[in-house]
Design a protein around this ligand. Sequence first.
Ligand code: 4AD
Ligand code: MG
Length: 460
Amino acid sequence: MKYLSVKEIIEIEPDGKEVVLTGWIRTLRESKNVVFLEIGDGSTTKSIQAVFSSNSEMFSSLRHELGTGASVEITGRLVISPGQGQSSELQSEKLRVIGKADSDYVLQKKRHSFDFLRTVPHLRGRTNTFGAIFRLRSFLSMAVHQYFSERGFFLVHTPIITGSDCEGAGEMFQVTTLPLHEVPRAEGLTDYSQDFFGAKASLTVSGQLEGEALALALRRIYTFGPTFRAENSNTARHLSEFWMIEPEMAFCDISDNMELAEDFIRVLLQRTLAECPDEMEFFDSRIAPGLIKSLDKVAGSDFVKMSYTEAVDRLRDSGEAFEFPVSWGCDLQSEHEKFLTEKICQSPVILTDYPAEIKAFYMKDNADGKTVRAMDVLVPRLGEIIGGSERENDILALKGKMIKAGLNPENYRRYLDLRKYGSVPHAGFGLGFERLIQYVTGMQNIRDVIPYPRTPRILD
Ligand code: 4AD
Ligand code: MG
Protein backbone atom coordinates (compact mmCIF):
# COMPACT_ATOMS: atom_id res chain seq x y z
CA MET A 1 0.00 0.00 0.00
CA LYS A 2 1.24 3.43 -0.95
CA TYR A 3 0.29 5.20 2.28
CA LEU A 4 0.67 4.35 5.95
CA SER A 5 -2.33 4.53 8.29
CA VAL A 6 -2.40 6.90 11.26
CA LYS A 7 -1.95 3.88 13.52
CA GLU A 8 1.19 2.88 11.65
CA ILE A 9 2.62 6.41 11.65
CA ILE A 10 2.09 6.76 15.41
CA GLU A 11 4.30 3.71 15.89
CA ILE A 12 7.21 5.31 14.01
CA GLU A 13 10.11 6.80 16.00
CA PRO A 14 9.67 10.63 15.79
CA ASP A 15 13.24 11.35 14.74
CA GLY A 16 12.61 13.89 11.98
CA LYS A 17 12.20 11.51 9.07
CA GLU A 18 9.87 12.42 6.23
CA VAL A 19 6.39 10.93 6.39
CA VAL A 20 3.29 11.20 4.22
CA LEU A 21 0.16 11.41 6.32
CA THR A 22 -3.32 10.84 4.85
CA GLY A 23 -6.65 11.09 6.63
CA TRP A 24 -9.59 13.34 7.41
CA ILE A 25 -9.44 16.65 9.25
CA ARG A 26 -10.97 16.25 12.70
CA THR A 27 -10.36 19.81 13.89
CA LEU A 28 -8.53 22.90 12.79
CA ARG A 29 -7.13 25.32 15.34
CA GLU A 30 -5.16 28.52 14.76
CA SER A 31 -3.03 30.29 17.29
CA LYS A 32 -0.74 33.20 16.43
CA ASN A 33 0.95 32.19 13.18
CA VAL A 34 0.56 28.48 13.67
CA VAL A 35 -2.21 26.18 12.46
CA PHE A 36 -2.89 22.80 14.02
CA LEU A 37 -4.74 20.19 12.00
CA GLU A 38 -5.88 17.05 13.85
CA ILE A 39 -5.80 14.21 11.32
CA GLY A 40 -7.55 10.91 11.96
CA ASP A 41 -8.45 7.93 9.78
CA GLY A 42 -10.36 5.50 12.01
CA SER A 43 -7.44 3.07 12.24
CA THR A 44 -6.97 3.92 15.93
CA THR A 45 -8.58 6.02 18.67
CA LYS A 46 -5.68 8.46 18.26
CA SER A 47 -5.08 11.22 15.74
CA ILE A 48 -1.91 12.99 14.59
CA GLN A 49 -1.39 16.70 14.83
CA ALA A 50 -0.03 18.35 11.69
CA VAL A 51 1.52 21.76 12.33
CA PHE A 52 1.71 24.52 9.69
CA SER A 53 2.85 28.06 9.59
CA SER A 54 -0.28 30.00 8.59
CA ASN A 55 1.83 32.56 6.74
CA SER A 56 2.99 30.08 4.17
CA GLU A 57 1.63 30.71 0.71
CA MET A 58 0.64 27.11 0.16
CA PHE A 59 -1.42 27.10 3.31
CA SER A 60 -3.19 30.41 2.63
CA SER A 61 -4.15 29.36 -0.88
CA LEU A 62 -5.79 26.17 0.43
CA ARG A 63 -7.24 27.66 3.63
CA HIS A 64 -10.82 27.83 2.29
CA GLU A 65 -10.86 24.08 1.53
CA LEU A 66 -9.69 22.97 4.96
CA GLY A 67 -12.89 22.27 6.88
CA THR A 68 -13.65 19.42 9.28
CA GLY A 69 -14.21 16.25 7.29
CA ALA A 70 -12.01 17.17 4.31
CA SER A 71 -9.52 14.49 3.25
CA VAL A 72 -5.89 15.52 2.91
CA GLU A 73 -2.40 14.33 2.14
CA ILE A 74 0.31 16.03 4.19
CA THR A 75 4.04 15.55 3.80
CA GLY A 76 6.31 16.57 6.64
CA ARG A 77 8.80 15.54 9.27
CA LEU A 78 7.76 13.43 12.22
CA VAL A 79 9.13 14.97 15.43
CA ILE A 80 8.61 14.68 19.17
CA SER A 81 5.64 16.84 20.08
CA PRO A 82 6.23 19.63 22.58
CA GLY A 83 2.48 19.68 23.31
CA GLN A 84 0.67 17.44 25.75
CA GLY A 85 -1.46 14.43 24.86
CA GLN A 86 0.54 13.14 21.92
CA SER A 87 4.05 11.84 21.52
CA SER A 88 4.70 12.80 17.91
CA GLU A 89 3.53 15.47 15.50
CA LEU A 90 4.11 16.35 11.88
CA GLN A 91 6.08 19.50 11.03
CA SER A 92 4.26 19.97 7.77
CA GLU A 93 5.84 21.00 4.51
CA LYS A 94 3.41 20.00 1.77
CA LEU A 95 -0.37 19.87 1.80
CA ARG A 96 -2.81 18.50 -0.76
CA VAL A 97 -6.58 18.50 -0.36
CA ILE A 98 -7.86 15.19 -1.74
CA GLY A 99 -11.55 15.89 -1.22
CA LYS A 100 -12.99 18.95 0.46
CA ALA A 101 -16.04 18.66 2.72
CA ASP A 102 -19.06 20.81 1.89
CA SER A 103 -19.97 23.28 4.59
CA ASP A 104 -23.18 21.40 5.45
CA TYR A 105 -21.15 18.41 6.75
CA VAL A 106 -23.11 17.36 9.86
CA LEU A 107 -20.22 16.19 12.01
CA GLN A 108 -18.84 19.72 12.37
CA LYS A 109 -20.00 20.42 15.83
CA LYS A 110 -18.34 18.68 18.73
CA ARG A 111 -21.02 16.57 20.39
CA HIS A 112 -24.03 14.93 18.81
CA SER A 113 -26.62 12.75 20.52
CA PHE A 114 -26.70 9.08 19.60
CA ASP A 115 -30.30 9.64 18.49
CA PHE A 116 -29.12 12.18 15.94
CA LEU A 117 -26.18 10.06 14.80
CA ARG A 118 -28.56 7.17 14.08
CA THR A 119 -30.05 9.33 11.33
CA VAL A 120 -26.64 9.45 9.57
CA PRO A 121 -25.47 5.81 9.70
CA HIS A 122 -23.28 6.43 6.64
CA LEU A 123 -21.27 9.10 8.47
CA ARG A 124 -21.34 8.20 12.15
CA GLY A 125 -18.50 5.67 11.77
CA ARG A 126 -16.20 8.70 11.49
CA THR A 127 -16.86 9.82 15.07
CA ASN A 128 -14.52 8.69 17.84
CA THR A 129 -17.23 6.67 19.55
CA PHE A 130 -18.41 4.73 16.52
CA GLY A 131 -14.88 4.21 15.29
CA ALA A 132 -14.06 2.58 18.61
CA ILE A 133 -17.23 0.46 18.56
CA PHE A 134 -16.68 -0.85 15.06
CA ARG A 135 -13.02 -1.62 15.69
CA LEU A 136 -14.02 -3.53 18.81
CA ARG A 137 -16.73 -5.36 16.87
CA SER A 138 -14.11 -6.50 14.39
CA PHE A 139 -11.76 -7.58 17.15
CA LEU A 140 -14.47 -9.60 18.89
CA SER A 141 -15.49 -11.33 15.64
CA MET A 142 -11.94 -12.55 15.18
CA ALA A 143 -11.68 -13.53 18.84
CA VAL A 144 -14.84 -15.64 18.53
CA HIS A 145 -13.43 -17.57 15.57
CA GLN A 146 -10.11 -18.01 17.32
CA TYR A 147 -11.77 -19.24 20.52
CA PHE A 148 -13.63 -22.02 18.75
CA SER A 149 -10.94 -23.04 16.31
CA GLU A 150 -8.48 -23.47 19.21
CA ARG A 151 -10.94 -25.85 20.86
CA GLY A 152 -11.63 -28.17 17.93
CA PHE A 153 -14.88 -26.59 16.73
CA PHE A 154 -15.62 -26.36 13.00
CA LEU A 155 -17.28 -23.31 11.50
CA VAL A 156 -20.37 -24.30 9.53
CA HIS A 157 -22.49 -22.03 7.37
CA THR A 158 -26.14 -22.75 7.99
CA PRO A 159 -28.75 -21.45 5.54
CA ILE A 160 -30.27 -18.01 5.78
CA ILE A 161 -33.38 -19.01 3.87
CA THR A 162 -35.20 -21.80 5.66
CA GLY A 163 -38.52 -23.63 5.83
CA SER A 164 -38.66 -24.13 9.61
CA ASP A 165 -39.24 -21.85 12.57
CA CYS A 166 -36.53 -22.87 15.01
CA GLU A 167 -37.85 -20.96 17.98
CA GLY A 168 -41.50 -21.72 17.16
CA ALA A 169 -42.39 -18.14 17.95
CA GLY A 170 -43.72 -17.30 14.50
CA GLU A 171 -41.56 -14.20 14.25
CA MET A 172 -40.30 -14.87 10.75
CA PHE A 173 -39.74 -12.63 7.75
CA GLN A 174 -41.21 -14.38 4.76
CA VAL A 175 -39.22 -14.87 1.55
CA THR A 176 -41.33 -15.05 -1.56
CA THR A 177 -41.40 -14.23 -5.26
CA LEU A 178 -45.20 -14.43 -5.43
CA PRO A 179 -46.62 -11.14 -6.69
CA LEU A 180 -47.72 -9.53 -3.43
CA HIS A 181 -50.62 -7.60 -4.96
CA GLU A 182 -52.17 -10.84 -6.23
CA VAL A 183 -51.62 -13.04 -3.19
CA PRO A 184 -54.73 -13.60 -1.05
CA ARG A 185 -54.30 -11.97 2.32
CA ALA A 186 -55.76 -14.65 4.56
CA GLU A 187 -53.34 -17.37 5.74
CA GLY A 188 -54.19 -20.78 4.34
CA LEU A 189 -55.37 -19.46 0.96
CA THR A 190 -51.92 -19.07 -0.56
CA ASP A 191 -50.72 -21.89 -2.80
CA TYR A 192 -47.04 -22.05 -1.86
CA SER A 193 -46.38 -24.82 -4.37
CA GLN A 194 -46.38 -21.94 -6.86
CA ASP A 195 -43.78 -20.02 -4.84
CA PHE A 196 -40.03 -19.97 -5.62
CA PHE A 197 -39.06 -22.75 -3.19
CA GLY A 198 -42.27 -24.75 -3.61
CA ALA A 199 -43.16 -24.18 0.05
CA LYS A 200 -43.43 -21.33 2.51
CA ALA A 201 -39.93 -19.96 3.16
CA SER A 202 -38.51 -17.44 5.61
CA LEU A 203 -35.30 -15.85 6.86
CA THR A 204 -33.78 -17.90 9.65
CA VAL A 205 -34.26 -16.94 13.32
CA SER A 206 -31.43 -19.29 14.36
CA GLY A 207 -29.08 -21.76 12.71
CA GLN A 208 -29.53 -24.26 15.51
CA LEU A 209 -31.62 -26.99 13.84
CA GLU A 210 -29.19 -27.27 10.93
CA GLY A 211 -26.28 -26.81 13.37
CA GLU A 212 -27.44 -29.85 15.33
CA ALA A 213 -27.23 -31.98 12.17
CA LEU A 214 -23.64 -30.85 11.61
CA ALA A 215 -22.70 -31.40 15.28
CA LEU A 216 -23.96 -34.96 14.93
CA ALA A 217 -21.57 -35.30 12.00
CA LEU A 218 -18.46 -33.30 13.04
CA ARG A 219 -18.86 -33.45 16.84
CA ARG A 220 -18.18 -29.78 17.66
CA ILE A 221 -19.39 -27.01 15.38
CA TYR A 222 -20.36 -23.38 15.58
CA THR A 223 -22.16 -20.91 13.39
CA PHE A 224 -21.70 -17.15 13.31
CA GLY A 225 -24.15 -15.49 11.02
CA PRO A 226 -27.03 -13.08 10.65
CA THR A 227 -30.44 -14.00 12.06
CA PHE A 228 -33.74 -12.23 11.56
CA ARG A 229 -36.71 -11.71 13.83
CA ALA A 230 -39.92 -9.93 13.00
CA GLU A 231 -40.69 -9.13 16.65
CA ASN A 232 -42.30 -5.77 16.95
CA SER A 233 -40.27 -4.77 19.99
CA ASN A 234 -38.84 -1.31 20.06
CA THR A 235 -36.37 -1.73 22.89
CA ALA A 236 -32.73 -0.88 23.48
CA ARG A 237 -31.81 -4.58 23.20
CA HIS A 238 -33.75 -5.84 20.18
CA LEU A 239 -32.85 -5.73 16.51
CA SER A 240 -34.75 -7.26 13.58
CA GLU A 241 -31.43 -8.33 12.04
CA PHE A 242 -28.68 -9.38 14.41
CA TRP A 243 -25.68 -11.71 14.42
CA MET A 244 -25.67 -14.85 16.48
CA ILE A 245 -22.90 -17.21 17.54
CA GLU A 246 -24.18 -20.75 18.03
CA PRO A 247 -21.90 -23.58 19.16
CA GLU A 248 -23.36 -27.09 19.17
CA MET A 249 -21.67 -30.16 20.64
CA ALA A 250 -22.35 -33.88 20.41
CA PHE A 251 -21.74 -36.08 23.47
CA CYS A 252 -22.38 -33.09 25.68
CA ASP A 253 -24.92 -32.32 28.39
CA ILE A 254 -26.27 -29.18 29.99
CA SER A 255 -23.43 -28.85 32.49
CA ASP A 256 -20.74 -29.05 29.75
CA ASN A 257 -22.76 -26.44 27.89
CA MET A 258 -22.83 -24.09 30.89
CA GLU A 259 -19.12 -24.51 31.40
CA LEU A 260 -18.42 -23.59 27.77
CA ALA A 261 -20.68 -20.52 27.84
CA GLU A 262 -19.02 -19.18 30.98
CA ASP A 263 -15.49 -19.82 29.76
CA PHE A 264 -16.32 -18.30 26.36
CA ILE A 265 -17.55 -15.01 27.85
CA ARG A 266 -14.68 -14.79 30.31
CA VAL A 267 -12.02 -15.42 27.66
CA LEU A 268 -13.56 -12.83 25.33
CA LEU A 269 -13.56 -10.27 28.15
CA GLN A 270 -9.98 -11.05 29.14
CA ARG A 271 -8.76 -10.73 25.57
CA THR A 272 -10.62 -7.48 24.94
CA LEU A 273 -9.25 -5.88 28.10
CA ALA A 274 -5.72 -7.01 27.28
CA GLU A 275 -5.69 -6.31 23.54
CA CYS A 276 -7.95 -3.27 23.06
CA PRO A 277 -6.73 -0.97 25.87
CA ASP A 278 -7.26 2.29 23.92
CA GLU A 279 -10.84 1.50 22.97
CA MET A 280 -11.66 0.22 26.46
CA GLU A 281 -10.23 3.34 28.10
CA PHE A 282 -12.31 5.42 25.73
CA PHE A 283 -15.52 3.59 26.70
CA ASP A 284 -14.61 3.74 30.38
CA SER A 285 -14.05 7.49 30.35
CA ARG A 286 -16.74 8.58 27.86
CA ILE A 287 -19.53 6.00 27.86
CA ALA A 288 -19.70 3.99 31.08
CA PRO A 289 -17.50 5.04 34.02
CA GLY A 290 -16.24 2.01 35.96
CA LEU A 291 -16.64 -0.28 32.93
CA ILE A 292 -13.10 -1.68 32.92
CA LYS A 293 -13.15 -2.44 36.62
CA SER A 294 -16.48 -4.24 36.45
CA LEU A 295 -15.57 -6.30 33.35
CA ASP A 296 -12.22 -7.14 34.88
CA LYS A 297 -13.97 -8.52 37.94
CA VAL A 298 -16.38 -10.58 35.81
CA ALA A 299 -13.49 -11.90 33.69
CA GLY A 300 -11.85 -13.27 36.80
CA SER A 301 -14.69 -14.78 38.82
CA ASP A 302 -17.22 -17.60 38.58
CA PHE A 303 -20.76 -16.87 37.39
CA VAL A 304 -23.58 -17.56 39.82
CA LYS A 305 -25.67 -20.63 38.91
CA MET A 306 -29.29 -20.78 39.93
CA SER A 307 -32.45 -22.60 38.91
CA TYR A 308 -35.39 -20.68 37.49
CA THR A 309 -37.45 -21.81 40.48
CA GLU A 310 -34.97 -20.38 42.97
CA ALA A 311 -34.74 -17.15 40.95
CA VAL A 312 -38.52 -16.72 41.07
CA ASP A 313 -38.47 -17.26 44.85
CA ARG A 314 -35.65 -14.78 45.36
CA LEU A 315 -37.32 -12.17 43.16
CA ARG A 316 -40.63 -12.56 44.97
CA ASP A 317 -38.98 -12.44 48.39
CA SER A 318 -37.06 -9.29 47.47
CA GLY A 319 -40.13 -7.15 48.02
CA GLU A 320 -39.28 -5.12 44.92
CA ALA A 321 -42.31 -3.68 43.10
CA PHE A 322 -41.87 -4.91 39.52
CA GLU A 323 -43.95 -3.67 36.62
CA PHE A 324 -44.62 -7.33 35.73
CA PRO A 325 -45.31 -9.40 38.86
CA VAL A 326 -43.29 -12.60 39.23
CA SER A 327 -44.78 -16.04 39.71
CA TRP A 328 -43.67 -19.57 38.81
CA GLY A 329 -44.34 -20.18 35.13
CA CYS A 330 -43.95 -16.57 33.98
CA ASP A 331 -41.37 -15.59 31.40
CA LEU A 332 -38.76 -13.40 33.10
CA GLN A 333 -38.76 -9.80 31.89
CA SER A 334 -35.62 -7.75 31.49
CA GLU A 335 -36.43 -5.86 34.73
CA HIS A 336 -36.31 -9.22 36.57
CA GLU A 337 -33.10 -10.32 34.85
CA LYS A 338 -31.42 -7.02 35.70
CA PHE A 339 -32.56 -7.12 39.32
CA LEU A 340 -31.19 -10.66 39.70
CA THR A 341 -27.80 -9.84 38.23
CA GLU A 342 -27.38 -6.31 39.61
CA LYS A 343 -29.01 -6.46 43.04
CA ILE A 344 -29.36 -10.07 44.16
CA CYS A 345 -26.19 -11.67 42.72
CA GLN A 346 -24.03 -8.72 41.62
CA SER A 347 -22.58 -11.00 38.99
CA PRO A 348 -23.54 -12.68 35.73
CA VAL A 349 -25.96 -15.50 36.43
CA ILE A 350 -26.67 -18.75 34.59
CA LEU A 351 -30.31 -19.63 35.11
CA THR A 352 -31.34 -23.22 34.44
CA ASP A 353 -34.34 -25.54 34.44
CA TYR A 354 -37.04 -23.24 33.11
CA PRO A 355 -40.70 -24.33 32.85
CA ALA A 356 -41.22 -26.32 29.64
CA GLU A 357 -44.17 -24.10 28.65
CA ILE A 358 -42.09 -20.96 28.17
CA LYS A 359 -39.23 -22.59 26.25
CA ALA A 360 -38.86 -23.94 22.70
CA PHE A 361 -39.92 -27.48 21.75
CA TYR A 362 -36.37 -28.84 21.24
CA MET A 363 -35.18 -28.56 24.86
CA LYS A 364 -34.69 -31.79 26.79
CA ASP A 365 -37.26 -32.58 29.48
CA ASN A 366 -36.18 -32.94 33.08
CA ALA A 367 -37.45 -35.91 35.07
CA ASP A 368 -39.85 -33.68 37.06
CA GLY A 369 -42.16 -33.47 34.03
CA LYS A 370 -42.39 -29.69 34.41
CA THR A 371 -39.03 -28.17 33.56
CA VAL A 372 -36.49 -28.46 30.74
CA ARG A 373 -32.69 -28.42 30.57
CA ALA A 374 -32.53 -24.81 29.48
CA MET A 375 -29.87 -22.28 30.37
CA ASP A 376 -29.90 -18.52 29.94
CA VAL A 377 -26.85 -16.42 30.75
CA LEU A 378 -27.84 -13.05 32.22
CA VAL A 379 -25.52 -10.10 32.77
CA PRO A 380 -25.86 -6.82 34.69
CA ARG A 381 -27.14 -3.81 32.66
CA LEU A 382 -28.63 -6.02 29.92
CA GLY A 383 -30.22 -9.22 31.15
CA GLU A 384 -30.13 -12.18 28.75
CA ILE A 385 -27.18 -12.46 26.40
CA ILE A 386 -27.16 -16.23 25.88
CA GLY A 387 -29.98 -18.72 25.47
CA GLY A 388 -29.28 -22.43 25.14
CA SER A 389 -30.09 -25.94 26.26
CA GLU A 390 -29.44 -29.62 26.11
CA ARG A 391 -31.52 -30.92 23.18
CA GLU A 392 -34.24 -33.56 23.37
CA ASN A 393 -32.52 -36.59 21.86
CA ASP A 394 -35.29 -39.13 22.39
CA ILE A 395 -37.44 -39.41 19.29
CA LEU A 396 -40.73 -40.19 21.02
CA ALA A 397 -40.32 -37.47 23.60
CA LEU A 398 -39.41 -35.01 20.86
CA LYS A 399 -42.47 -35.88 18.73
CA GLY A 400 -44.67 -35.43 21.79
CA LYS A 401 -43.14 -32.03 22.48
CA MET A 402 -43.68 -30.93 18.88
CA ILE A 403 -47.34 -31.88 18.95
CA LYS A 404 -47.77 -30.08 22.28
CA ALA A 405 -46.19 -26.98 20.73
CA GLY A 406 -48.62 -27.13 17.79
CA LEU A 407 -45.95 -28.22 15.30
CA ASN A 408 -46.46 -30.96 12.75
CA PRO A 409 -43.70 -33.63 13.14
CA GLU A 410 -44.11 -34.36 9.41
CA ASN A 411 -42.48 -30.97 8.73
CA TYR A 412 -39.46 -31.88 10.87
CA ARG A 413 -38.66 -35.31 9.39
CA ARG A 414 -34.96 -34.58 8.91
CA TYR A 415 -34.62 -33.17 12.43
CA LEU A 416 -36.29 -36.32 13.77
CA ASP A 417 -33.98 -38.53 11.64
CA LEU A 418 -31.09 -37.29 13.77
CA ARG A 419 -32.76 -39.10 16.70
CA LYS A 420 -33.25 -42.25 14.63
CA TYR A 421 -29.68 -42.81 13.49
CA GLY A 422 -27.16 -42.75 16.30
CA SER A 423 -28.80 -40.21 18.58
CA VAL A 424 -26.55 -38.83 21.33
CA PRO A 425 -26.92 -36.29 24.09
CA HIS A 426 -26.03 -32.93 22.61
CA ALA A 427 -26.29 -29.31 23.60
CA GLY A 428 -25.54 -25.80 22.45
CA PHE A 429 -26.36 -22.15 22.88
CA GLY A 430 -26.80 -18.87 21.06
CA LEU A 431 -24.98 -15.68 22.00
CA GLY A 432 -26.40 -12.46 20.57
CA PHE A 433 -23.31 -10.75 19.18
CA GLU A 434 -24.71 -7.22 19.50
CA ARG A 435 -25.68 -7.83 23.12
CA LEU A 436 -22.12 -8.95 23.79
CA ILE A 437 -20.79 -5.74 22.20
CA GLN A 438 -23.24 -3.70 24.26
CA TYR A 439 -21.99 -5.41 27.37
CA VAL A 440 -18.33 -4.85 26.54
CA THR A 441 -18.65 -1.22 25.40
CA GLY A 442 -21.27 -0.07 27.89
CA MET A 443 -23.40 1.31 25.05
CA GLN A 444 -27.02 1.71 26.12
CA ASN A 445 -28.72 1.10 22.80
CA ILE A 446 -28.22 -1.97 20.63
CA ARG A 447 -28.79 0.19 17.51
CA ASP A 448 -25.43 1.79 18.19
CA VAL A 449 -23.29 -1.34 18.06
CA ILE A 450 -24.12 -2.47 14.51
CA PRO A 451 -23.29 -0.27 11.49
CA TYR A 452 -26.77 -0.31 9.94
CA PRO A 453 -29.39 -1.22 12.56
CA ARG A 454 -32.56 -2.86 11.28
CA THR A 455 -35.58 -2.23 13.50
CA PRO A 456 -39.32 -1.82 12.86
CA ARG A 457 -40.07 1.08 10.43
CA ILE A 458 -36.37 1.90 10.02
CA LEU A 459 -36.64 2.30 6.24
CA ASP A 460 -39.77 4.44 6.48
O1 4AD B 1 -32.66 -17.17 23.25
P1 4AD B 1 -32.67 -17.27 21.77
O2 4AD B 1 -33.96 -17.01 21.07
O3 4AD B 1 -32.11 -18.72 21.43
C1 4AD B 1 -32.03 -19.28 20.20
O4 4AD B 1 -32.29 -18.75 19.15
C2 4AD B 1 -31.44 -20.67 20.24
N1 4AD B 1 -31.85 -21.37 19.01
C3 4AD B 1 -29.94 -20.58 20.36
C4 4AD B 1 -29.26 -21.92 20.45
O5 4AD B 1 -29.46 -22.62 21.40
N2 4AD B 1 -28.46 -22.28 19.47
O6 4AD B 1 -31.58 -16.27 21.16
C5 4AD B 1 -30.22 -16.36 21.54
C6 4AD B 1 -29.65 -15.01 21.87
C7 4AD B 1 -30.36 -14.29 23.01
O7 4AD B 1 -29.88 -14.73 24.25
C8 4AD B 1 -30.00 -12.85 22.73
O8 4AD B 1 -28.68 -12.57 23.18
C9 4AD B 1 -29.98 -12.80 21.22
O9 4AD B 1 -29.82 -14.12 20.76
N3 4AD B 1 -31.23 -12.24 20.69
C10 4AD B 1 -31.33 -11.01 20.16
N4 4AD B 1 -30.43 -10.03 19.99
C11 4AD B 1 -30.82 -8.89 19.41
N5 4AD B 1 -32.09 -8.67 18.97
C12 4AD B 1 -33.04 -9.62 19.10
N6 4AD B 1 -34.26 -9.40 18.64
C13 4AD B 1 -32.68 -10.86 19.72
N7 4AD B 1 -33.33 -12.00 20.01
C14 4AD B 1 -32.43 -12.82 20.58
MG1 MG C 1 -33.86 -16.59 24.81
